[in-house]
Ligand binder design. Structure first.
Ligand SMILES: [Zn+2]
Length: 48
């Protein structure tokens, strides 16, 4: 066993840099939240 990989607790991915991977996770979530918020604003603007 010479590999130094860790398993991500969130998505079970095998990663060599868990900290960087989790930073990527939070960025992904933030991007998703932004997109959803924009969509909600757009929908409420057209329906109102
Ligand atoms: Zn992950």
């Amino acid at each position: 066993m010479g590999t130094e990989h860790e398993t991500c607790p969130d998505c079970r991915a095998l990663v060599s840099d868990l900290a960087a991977h989790q930073a990527w996770h939070s960025r992904l979530v933030a991007d998703l939240a932004n997109a959803v918020e924009k969509e909600i604003l757009r929908t409420s603007a057209t329906s109102g």
